[in-house]
Design a protein around this ligand. Structure first.
Ligand SMILES: [Zn+2]
Ligand SMILES: [Zn+2]
Length: 261
């Protein structure tokens, strides 16, 4: 008599999924779908922060400008993603820590918490290396316990976690680590150039971003930052000027009773 092969848990929901369980209740492919993002998380985090921070603090790029013409949406999005990534991993470490009766991962001092004390992000001002390490440690905590997690009966939690890990794939696709440029909303400021500026991500830890316009003007990190600040200031002044013109037009229209108000 042969022992019936034990199917992966997913077989219960999807009968065509006939893989044998190899990792707890799950098959190798279901395990890999969770294991791979955990392997990559640290590297993605370092990459995101490298794109985000130009001179030390996460606040640097928060240029004072209206949301409709923020010069660096690139940075805000990277900032949101890296915090989301960290919060997700810390959350699941806490969740499985209590189920497996183990200490959850140690959270970085100064981490960003909401009013309930839940971790929602990395401490302000972390370097790319620190972010990569913190996220990597949290991901590793989960990775080495993944088989134990997949052996529990908490299958709906496993599903929910898998669903959230899809965000890691999304980030992976959104922030390509191969050399690929993002385009700045700020036009080249050399003479009357005005060409698009390509922002190349740092190629290695400690490297800086490289900014080159389509016509070949090169910007050092500091010069690019100065250009962004100048652009933000000009945009703000332009909006103020426009608002002033609108107010004058409205006042005149009212005074002479012309046009729609
Ligand atoms: Zn499976
Ligand atoms: Zn140029």
């Amino acid at each position: 008599m042969t022992e019936p092969s034990r199917y992966c848990h997913r077989h219960e929901i999807d009968p065509t999924h006939e893989n044998t369980a190899t990792h707890g209740r799950y098959c190798t492919s279901c395990w890999a779908r969770l294991d791979m993002p955990l392997t990559q998380a640290g590297e993605i985090a370092g990459h995101l922060v490298g794109n985000m921070v130009t001179s030390g603090t996460a606040g640097t790029d928060k240029v004072d400008t209206a949301s409709d013409s923020a010069p660096l949406p690139f940075n805000q999005a990277a900032f949101d993603d890296v915090n989301h990534l960290y919060a997700t991993l810390v959350y699941w470490s806490g969740h499985w820590g209590s189920i497996l009766d183990q200490k959850p991962v140690r959270v970085l001092a100064g981490s960003w918490r909401d009013n309930n004390g839940t971790i929602v992000g990395l401490p302000v001002g972390v370097t790319a290396a620190q972010a990569a390490e913190a996220v990597g440690v949290a991901a590793h905590w989960l990775k080495i316990r993944l088989d134990a997690i997949l052996a529990t009966t908490h299958t709906s939690d496993i599903d929910a976690m898998g669903e959230q890990f899809r965000d890691i794939w999304r980030m992976n696709a959104r922030w390509p680590r191969a050399t690929q440029a993002a385009y700045s909303q700020v036009p080249c400021g050399q003479d009357d150039c005005g060409a698009r500026l390509a922002v190349w991500p740092p190629a290695f830890p400690g490297d800086s971003r490289r900014v080159v316009c389509a016509a070949g003007h090169f910007y050092a990190e500091d010069d690019y930052e100065a250009l962004v600040m100048k652009y933000a200031k000009e945009q703000k002044e332009k909006r103020q000027e426009q608002a002033k013109t609108d107010r004058i037009a409205q006042r005149l229209a009212k005074k002479y009773g012309i046009g729609a108000r």
